[in-house]
Design a protein around this ligand. Structure first.
Ligand code: G16
Length: 544
């Protein structure tokens, strides 16, 4: 088999966003597009002599084609070994687990997460480093710089590898090992959680659950862990077969896109517990009977009850949340006497804190929760964590959360997304906020005094690296907040996200409607940004 060195020229749009490079499938199908990016990753990762690479994806359309290309390029590059999930499938947290367990140089994960799939949908690729986590910003920027100057890539001239049969085969001098996608991950979950206690709950006659895998990657993991190992009933896992187009759905576990699950949980005599995860299995949504747990509250509840779970029995080193995530977890951290870090949006910013042992749990408002067990957020892990807490306390979801609010106060919270905006209009709106918001410091708006009005920057406490331009913050003296960001994961036009938060310590006011109680902040936020005037939109596309 011969290594070909193929002449190429840069594509100018390969700067990774919040989480890797995400584009329409048709963009990736352009000759050389995937190859340029993979070659750039390999060159930044350095010489791979003796090293292992992990490769897998969420099974969406183009997954297998991309893997064949990556394997031929990894062999040409000289990796000693490549571990590939069977059929090319690995959930993002399972890929992180494999990288760590096998001390790999890193991994290439193929996913556009919650974005729709299929020939007209999206595709994505990201590099995870040796710690199992998404590469840090300095690495993704280096990959981007390489992609801007690339003129050649190397690829082995070889037949396709059979991805269906576990076992190993040689591709040139590189050993390709097709591994069971679920085994390492399921074993890790057994170490962290009390499976006997959860099994007892799942098999009790008074408890029913549904886990919606949304025809995405989590199906096989959920079936193996929930049904085979924990004895949940066969109908506990919904939409459990991964499909290349996710059955035409939008694999985003929120109240809008996981409608089928939400309808079941909000029905009379519906199940007691509902969970959902996204395209690549790293996001989660948690529901109780007629009860939605916001991701920010979920993180706070997990932190408060963590010591009931075997893997966290010794307590938490600290916690972290992304800046737009509500401050609910901050109150728990304060009571526990542990550090709470506020990072920019993007899981990669948690990596150093986890590696340095400064935090154990972390999470984001965007339906992401995780811990030091891997270096990615982890959907099924979060669902098991909730089940373990329910089993250990004997409480139901709504009682747990409302009791939590009574103890710590409630952070009313909502995110409004304006999707598919004209990119120029969205950037103008944001630049206008950059110019005008700082002048609001100390002023009164809507009866509230502005305590901080700025653009968020983050200095990593471990390596001191600085990330600027991470969202406009408007923080009022009573802790209420309005935050504006442009999403870094969309592929069509631009998406404006506006986050609203108000803290309510008074338990007699904890059962108000979220949108109504936030309405004055929402009106203020919309007016200050001129959303209607600048974009023509009079309501968000998605409210979570
Ligand atoms: C990714 C990142 C998350 C981020 C989310 C939304 O998640 O890993 O850290 O919160 O995107 O980012 P944005 O607001 O920029 O669209 P995922 O699940 O899409 O990989």
């Amino acid at each position: 088999m011969q290594v070909h060195s193929v002449a190429t020229s840069p594509f100018k749009d390969q700067r990774p966003g919040t989480s890797g490079l995400r584009k329409p499938v048709s963009t990736f199908q352009q000759p050389g597009y995937l190859e340029n990016f993979v070659q750039s990753i390999f060159e930044v990762a350095g010489q791979p002599t003796g090293e292992t690479l992990v490769v897998g994806g969420d099974g969406r359309f183009y997954n297998s084609d991309a893997i064949q290309t990556i394997l031929r390029m990894a062999a040409a590059r000289g990796f000693a070994r490549v571990l590939v999930g069977r059929n090319g499938i690995l959930s993002t947290p399972a890929a992180s687990c494999l990288i760590r367990n096998h001390k790999a140089r890193g991994g290439i994960i193929l996913s556009a997460s919650h974005n729709p799939g299929g020939p007209d949908g999206d595709f994505g690729i990201k590099f995870n480093d040796a710690n199992g986590g998404p590469a840090a910003e300095k690495v993704t920027e280096a990959i981007y710089r390489k992609s801007m100057e690339i003129d050649r890539y190397q690829i082995l001239d070889s037949p396709e590898i059979d991805l269906d049969q576990p076992g190993s085969q040689m591709l040139g001098a590189t050993r390709i090992e097709i591994v069971d996608s679920v085994e390492d991950y399921a074993a890790l979950m057994e170490q962290l959680f009390d499976f006997d206690q959860i099994r007892e709950l799942l098999q009790s006659s008074g408890f029913a659950m549904r886990m919606d895998a949304m025809h995405a990657v989590t199906g096989p993991y959920a079936r193996e862990i929930l049904i085979n190992r924990l004895g949940a009933s066969a109908d506990s896992v919904m939409n459990g077969t991964p499909l290349p187009d996710f059955g035409g759905g939008h694999p985003d576990p929120n109240l809008v896109y996981a409608r089928e699950l939400v309808d079941q949980l909000f029905a009379e005599n519906g199940p007691d517990f509902g969970g959902a995860s996204d395209g690549d299995g790293d996001r989660n949504m948690v529901l109780g009977a007629r009860f939605f747990v916001t991701p920010s509250d979920s993180l706070a509840v997990l932190a408060a009850y963590a010591t009931l779970v075997p893997g966290y029995r010794d307590g938490l080193a600290g916690v972290a949340r992304s800046m737009p995530t509500s401050a609910a977890v901050d109150r728990v951290a304060e009571q526990l006497g542990i550090d709470c870090f506020e990072t920019p949006t993007g899981w990669k910013y948690f990596g150093n804190l986890l590696d340095a042992g400064r935090i154990t749990l972390c999470g984001e408002e965007s339906f992401g929760t995780g811990s030091s067990h891997v270096r990615e957020k982890d959907g099924l892990w979060a669902i098991l964590f909730w089940l373990n807490i329910l089993a250990a306390t004997g409480k139901n979801v709504s009682d747990l959360v409302t009791e939590h609010w009574r103890r710590f106060g409630r952070n009313y919270y909502s995110r409004h997304d304006y999707e598919g905006l004209d990119s120029g209009q969205a950037h103008d709106l944001y630049s206008n906020l950059q110019r005008t918001v700082p002048a609001l410091n100390g002023q009164e708006r809507g009866g509230l005094t502005v305590a901080t009005a700025d653009e968020f920057s983050y200095q990593d406490p471990v390596d001191q690296s600085l990330s600027t331009g991470q969202g406009i913050r408007l923080i009022f003296e009573d802790g209420s907040r309005v935050i504006y960001r442009l999403s870094g994961t969309g592929t069509q036009g631009a998406t404006l996200r506006v986050y609203f938060e108000r803290f309510e310590p008074d338990a007699s006011r904890h059962d108000e409607d979220t949108q109504s109680t936030l309405a004055p902040l929402i009106d203020l936020g919309n007016e200050l940004a001129g959303i209607h005037a600048r974009t023509g939109r009079d309501r968000p596309t998605v409210i979570t």
